[in-house]
Design a protein around this ligand. Structure first.
Ligand code: ATP
Length: 305
């Protein structure tokens, strides 16, 4: 996967307040990249910088390989669609007319594709109803349609799920998955609730107090929070052939630490270790939830800073 967006050593200060601290991020082409952080972590500031609404204090970013210091960035930024804070829509216009206006702004003269765009965000059939009378979910979906008008390669969405009811969240998730799969649009999406992103994100970055705590793929996150038992043993090397023979799923962390993913009793584990002359020093269960995982990362950062 190539990177559609690359951020290097990016910092943002407001006076003496360091809002973003040395951010390095690579957003792979075709990914749904979840930026997860608590309120005030710096998500909106980062998105405002990438979309050209604010300048970095230092560091840089590039879109499709073009640096933010390159003059061509202006045209490359047209490859981005975004909703930062609230969707850019006109309340006194219908969904169709909002999109048409954006087409005109972008210099597009054919409006044939508007019904398809309305259908994509589930707003076909809203007719002449003005956007001001739409629910929050409908307004967010219209904002996404407007952001998609120029057929962007990357869609940047700041907390689009915030405030939606459970049905609205499901609908939004399905629409975003559809846009990603059908239109191959890369999506950078922020939220303060990891659980909400977990059903659609392919990659994550965790941000806290302006610092990236961790980046990882959805598969890596799933592995980390999978129900497992961590064994401390005298030798992982001697024990693993026994696990292979018994078809027990495991992952070696180091020569004295093995994570077991199969459902197996402690008695059986000790029996197997004994059969290989391996001593079991301790067994701990890992039953972490997604939010628990995120909060632990934050707690570790607080311990450091
Ligand atoms: P939220 O979900 O609450 O919007 P966030 O992760 O998007 O949080 P930001 O809006 O980026 O966080 O804000 C990060 C920090 O920077 C906050 O402490 C905020 O008060 C501060 N901040 C943002 N914009 C400015 C500004 N223009 N001037 C001064 N401080 C600012």
């Amino acid at each position: 996967m190539e990177n559609v967006l690359k951020i290097e050593g990016l910092c943002k200060d407001y006076g003496k307040f360091h809002v973003l601290k040395n951010i390095d991020l690579e957003i792979p082409n075709g990914s749904i990249f979840g930026l997860v952080g608590r309120n005030g972590a710096g998500k909106t500031t980062l998105m405002r910088i990438i979309t050209g609404l604010a300048e970095p204090t230092s560091g840089s970013y590039s879109i499709g390989g073009v640096s933010c210091r390159d003059k061509r960035i202006v045209s490359y930024r047209r490859r981005m669609g975004s909703i930062i804070e609230s969707p850019a829509i006109y309340k006194n216009l219908s969904a169709y007319d909002n999109i048409k206006l954006q087409y005109i702004n972008l210099g597009m003269t054919s409006y044939e594709s508007i019904p398809e765009l309305l259908e994509l965000v589930d707003l076909h059939g809203t007719g002449k109803k003005k956007a001001g009378k739409f629910s929050l979910g409908m307004r967010q979906r219209l904002g996404i349609a407007v952001a998609l008008c120029g057929k962007p390669d990357i869609l940047i969405l700041d907390e689009p799920i915030n405030g939606l009811d459970p049905q609205g969240i499901i609908q939004m998730r399905e629409i975003l998955l559809n846009i990603n799969r059908e239109k191959h649009t890369t999506i950078l999406i922020s939220s303060h609730i990891l659980e909400e992103l977990s059903k659609l994100a392919t990659h994550y970055a965790f941000i806290e107090k302006g610092r990236i705590l961790q980046t990882l793929s959805a598969q890596e996150l799933t592995d980390k929070i999978r129900k497992s038992s961590r064994l401390k043993v005298s030798s992982a090397e001697l024990l693993c052939p026994v696990f292979d023979r018994e078809s027990i799923e495991y992952k070696v962390e180091d020569d004295e630490t093995v994570d077991i993913f199969s459902d197996i009793s402690v008695t059986r584990l000790v029996e197997l270790a004994n059969s290989a002359n391996v001593q079991v020093i301790s067994i701990t269960e890992n039953n972490e939830s997604l939010e628990g995982y995120f909060m632990n990362l934050v707690a570790k950062q607080e311990g450091i800073s």
